[in-house]
Design a protein around this ligand. Structure first.
Ligand SMILES: CC(=O)N[C@@H](CCC[C@H](N)C(=O)O)C(=O)O
Length: 385
């Protein structure tokens, strides 16, 4: 690659400074458009969709279109890393590696602008992966509909694997997800007169504990599910009985049927809370993501190629209960997602996450060489898409 890898490490650091929430990735979009604007323009076409960006790199003799997708949004976390290039947006951090995913995306794009390929490539910078989900509406947009790739690849950083490793599997990689918001509304009052009020802090505490029984007592132990309440809010002051409480969480399942079962049980427990605490409740499932299902034949072929290529050490991993709206891309476009080892003791969504930047060249070389190899293979008639 003629452009130095250090460029993409620097780009990642600059992106790290400006994490933004879903659909508010304005500075991020501007930054990426400026970098894309510095590339020779004769072989690229650029479109924007909300805060996202689509870039087509025209091949010399296109018969096929490859796609690489990078997500763009940050998370509401106060950063606590040792970095000199910490977030400049108080309360926001790239704690899920989207800064790495975007820098790698620019690396892949730059490579194919500098060193042409026969086939076309679409690089997709997608907003709002952490919520409410940019993939589905982007796929339905006019901007992307006319430019749909025929095979698509995405990656996600993996703190638990060493830099220089790539982990994936054919079939299901990430879970089905649903957000969960439960509002409880009772009757507030004076702390000294509990008999004249319906305390929603107590109701929320009971419900929170009952929710734990869904995975332990309703889901088949041989199946997998997660119900996590990550935020709980209620009340206004220590000597006022709370009129309202809110639980915010997420549900994860490996099958769509189990997702339905978990939701039915949540609804039953919430109805029980209404009866027990004489309150009213409202459930909102927010945004739901489809499982990430790697097309089996293409993924096996990639794994075999990677094993021989020497670009990274390959691990065949198990499914994870993480969610990713990339699942919507894989619903209509064959392809796969892989974990990119970044070797850090702190997990995704942690304020101290410091992914190893050594993984950036590993990913750029893997993705670009794989597309080039696959393009040649399709042309030689050695494969289907
Ligand atoms: C890779 C990753 O961490 N993705 C997120 C996706 C969030 C989906 C949605 N907002 C939810 O919380 O259900 C994850 O938390 O797995």
């Amino acid at each position: 690659m003629r452009t130095e890898i250090q460029t993409f490490v620097d780009i990642r650091r600059q992106l790290h400074r400006i994490p933004e929430p879903g659909y508010a990735e304005f500075k991020t979009q501007r930054f990426l458009l400026d970098r894309i604007g510095e590339l020779p323009q004769h072989r690229i076409e650029v479109r924007t969709w909300r805060t996202g960006i689509l870039v087509k790199v025209k091949g010399t003799d296109p018969q096929f279109t490859f796609g690489y997708r990078a997500d763009m949004d940050g998370l509401p976390i106060e950063e606590d890393t040792s970095y000199a290039f910490r977030s400049e947006h108080p309360g926001y951090m790239h704690a899920c590696g989207h800064d790495m995913h975007m820098a790698i995306g620019l690396g892949v794009l730059t490579h194919f602008v500098e060193q042409e390929m026969a086939d076309d490539l679409i690089v997709i910078f997608q907003p709002a992966e952490e919520g409410p989900g940019g993939a589905k509406p982007m796929l339905e947009s006019e901007e992307l509909r006319g430019w749909l790739p025929e095979q698509i690849v995405a990656l996600h950083i993996a703190p638990e694997y060493p830099a220089g490793t790539i982990a994936t599997r054919p079939g299901i990689l990430f879970a089905n997800t649903s957000e969960l918001f439960i509002d409880l509304i009772g009757k507030g009052g004076h702390a000294a007169y509990p008999h004249r009020a319906n305390d929603m802090v107590v109701a929320a505490a009971h419900l929170l504990v009952q929710l734990q029984s869904i995975v332990s007592r309703n889901v088949n132990p041989l199946d997998s599910a997660v119900v996590t309440v990550g935020k709980i809010e209620g009340g206004t002051k220590q000597n006022i009985i709370a009129e309202k409480a809110r639980l915010e969480g997420t549900i994860r399942t490996l099958s769509a049927d189990t997702m339905q079962l978990v939701k039915q049980r949540i609804e039953a427990l919430v109805r029980g809370t209404e009866a027990s605490f004489e309150c009213t409740a409202h459930i909102d499932y927010g945004s739901n993501y489809r499982q990430v299902y790697n097309e089996e034949e293409i993924t096996r072929e990639f794994m075999e190629w990677l094993g021989k290529s020497g670009h990274a050490r390959l691990i065949e991993c198990s499914e994870a209960m993480t969610g990713e709206d990339f699942g919507y891309f894989l619903e209509s476009i064959p392809g796969f997602m892989f974990w990119l080892g970044v070797d850090t003791p702190y997990g995704l969504h942690h304020a101290k996450l410091e992914p190893s930047e050594q993984a950036i060249p590993v990913a750029i070389h893997t993705v670009t060489d794989y597309f080039r190899w696959k393009s040649g293979r399709l042309r030689s008639g050695g494969d289907r898409a």
